[in-house]
Design a protein around this ligand. Sequence first.
Ligand code: APR
Length: 261
Amino acid sequence: MAPILQRHDMAMSAIAAYDGGMRDIETILVLTGAGISAESGLATFRGPDGLWEGHRVEEICTPQALARNPALVQNFYDMRRAALARVVPNAAHHALARLDAEWPGELLIVTQNVDDLHERAGARRMLHMHGELKSALCRECGGRVRWEGTLADGPACPLCGGKGGLRPDIVFFGEMPYQMERIEEALAGADLFVSIGTSGAVYPAAGFVQTARYHGAQTLELNLDPSAGSHFFHESRVGPAGLLVPEWVGDMLGDRVTDAG
Ligand code: APR
């Protein structure tokens, strides 16, 4: 097996070929959205039959909606949590987990998704900026607990015992995304920013490409359709993540160079 250093050099030559510039890529920041989980059978938000098709965002995904109609909101997220048991990670999730395991430089996967498919594929260098379906947040003690079951029936908080205080640990519209400081740091230090399966409709994530470019990063988009922010990227590849992501990861890890070896 080729020593890490050598493989890294191979990856570099692949990158040089890709952007035509002699630019060293050590630090990669990957942003993912609902599109990366579409081929696993999870609905996106704004596509045909998207999650927001049947619901108005204001009715479901705001703190006001939770206060106004807790049963509707809690049932919506209970349904999505239960659906996770019926899906598995796809080739794109597995490819990113491979990159996580084999990339010798810095890597951070920032997902807007609240599903657990990245982790189930084995990704570790990652964070959920919009929360997780399998986590509950207690409005009484502020604590977070891993959660597999339902919340609509108002279970007691395992930490403080408070009843009815648990809500989905999801960042609602109007709330601050999680770990923004860490994300800003990673954006400032990225040599390569890659966006996968997101429409570029929701900020602050939709602005990451501009921030990364401002700090000098190369930027690449992998998406089924051109997104609202495609024109900000150095390169935008159109197609299903299940094909584009394994191909891109293979390039980064020098598969083609090794094969040509
Ligand atoms: N492969 C690659 N991209 C895909 C695929 C696929 N198989 N299927 C769909 N896409 C792309 C669509 O072209 C679209 O651009 O994924 C994108 C999904 O966009 P949205 O449904 O808007 O989801 P996302 O961008 O993740 O939404 C951002 O909005 O509703 C909030 O908090 C929620 O995190 C979410 C945020």
